[in-house]
Design a protein around this ligand. Sequence first.
Ligand SMILES: Cc1cc2nc3c(=O)[nH]c(=O)nc-3n(C[C@H](O)[C@H](O)[C@H](O)COP(=O)(O)OP(=O)(O)OC[C@H]3O[C@@H](n4cnc5c(N)ncnc54)[C@H](O)[C@@H]3O)c2cc1C
Ligand SMILES: NC(=O)c1ccc[n+]([C@@H]2O[C@H](COP(=O)([O-])OP(=O)(O)OC[C@H]3O[C@@H](n4cnc5c(N)ncnc54)[C@H](O)[C@@H]3O)[C@@H](O)[C@H]2O)c1
Length: 442
Amino acid sequence: MTQTFETIVIGGGVGGAGAAMRAVAHGQSVAVIEQRDWGGTTVTRGSTPKKVLLAGVEAHRAFAQQNGPVPPVDWSRLAAHRDAVVGQTQERFKQRFQTNGVTTFEGHAEFVNDQQVRVNGELLTAKNFVIATGARPREVAIPGGQLIQHSGSFFRSHQLPQHITILGAGVIAFAIAGIASEAGATVTLIQHNHVTLRGFDGQLVQTLLASLAKHNVHMIFDDEISQLAQTPTGLEVTTQQGAHWSTDVVYAALGRLANVEDLNLKAAGVAVPPHGIRVNEYLQTSNPHIYAVGDCAVTGTPNLANYAIYQGKYVGDALSAPQAFPITYPLQASAVFSLPRLAQVGASVAVARQDPAHYTLKTVDLSQWLTYQRNYDTDAKLLLVINRQSGEVVGAEAISLQADTVINQLALLIQQHVTPEALHDTFFAYPSTAADLYGIWT
Ligand SMILES: Cc1cc2nc3c(=O)[nH]c(=O)nc-3n(C[C@H](O)[C@H](O)[C@H](O)COP(=O)(O)OP(=O)(O)OC[C@H]3O[C@@H](n4cnc5c(N)ncnc54)[C@H](O)[C@@H]3O)c2cc1C
Ligand SMILES: NC(=O)c1ccc[n+]([C@@H]2O[C@H](COP(=O)([O-])OP(=O)(O)OC[C@H]3O[C@@H](n4cnc5c(N)ncnc54)[C@H](O)[C@@H]3O)[C@@H](O)[C@H]2O)c1
């Protein structure tokens, strides 16, 4: 006797939740299976713990700037607060499924055929499936590679290592570097080439690097770890170029790989290319009754929470009434949550620099604006990408302690094609980041 549902979602992260909550709202019988942590990467090892830790170190930085030297960050207190926030968020996540009528299962799911999965020895049957199994960190195959920790360990740590080495120079590496250095650690980032934070403007990235360098973050370019060895006092890193240093911990932040291997997808008739589950523009796999969303799917979009949620909701709607249109995406703002933050929206500054016939750039030095000056935000800067022909702002990129705020506000103005005249018809509280828009949006 198997339990039967109209839809089974595999993975209780943000993508799976988007699909399940929409499908149940349409009156379907829905089950979600989660093998580890309700809320998935975002809640457990991603943006939720990251933003709690960031709040603590940003407050530390701000207090020190306003008042002079202050005691170091109390990492165990901060970690306890993080654990409380993460634990409560996980619990709410699970409860939200249950109060909305989604049946939850805890265990590892794998396909038996294209209508059944097995969980904890039990068979569950459904007409449709949504695979939302996310991704895991890429590992490094070197001697001593088993001593390398995943970046997620940092965001769950209860003790702050004093000497931290990070492999990679992407979004996760810079988040760890910003948090750990303000909390008192010395950080070394090692990058195999010269490219940091691909997609962000090189000049703003240089500003971020210079700011971090003042806070004990060191960058090594064009080199790679070749060996890691345990010593009586910690770890010894050796690189391909022959450099050596001692460290307490090495975190890998080298990108992420789709979780697809142990789902027995072959039994369900789902083809899996090397980098994840290929889907069509309706997010169907090679079996049209089986969909894939979020980080496990190859959709041509970045692996970000917004996309996973949006794709999940799209599929949740499609399950009760076939989607008339292929999925399209709204304007996306994104941020690197380092110290300071980098953020961007719309047409990139890099594209504008390469195409001066179509775009012009406007640089706004925000450091002397009250919003930023009062916070000692000396690096604050905004770049606006302007379409030469229409004169409209079509993209923006910012660095500052609150770059994401101004970029999110600009996202609304860009998406809604708000004219400067229309903006002036609204009175924002003054002075504030929103009121700054009068000066920016002219
Ligand atoms: C450190 C870090 C910071 C990040 N910060 C941001 C950020 O600031 N902003 C942003 O937009 N994005 C951020 N991301 C990316 C974001 O977390 C992911 O894009 C998002 O979590 C993808 O959601 P998902 O539902 O596809 O996968 P996940 O959240 O990974 O969820 C997948 C779930 O499926 C479960 N699962 C896997 N296989 C099975 C199985 N066989 N049976 C049952 N369950 C299974 C897993 O346990 C997991 O809970 C960050 C990621 C990391 C690692
Ligand atoms: N704020 C955010 O929006 C946010 C924050 C964290 C994570 N994320 C998501 O999580 C994903 C993973 O983050 P990440 O920082 O691990 O990935 P990333 O793609 O941002 O950076 C990976 C880094 O590792 C390097 N690298 C890749 N392969 C390598 C190899 N074999 N040897 C040496 N270096 C190598 C890359 O050059 C790059 O510097 C991101 O792509 C993003 O989708 C988003």
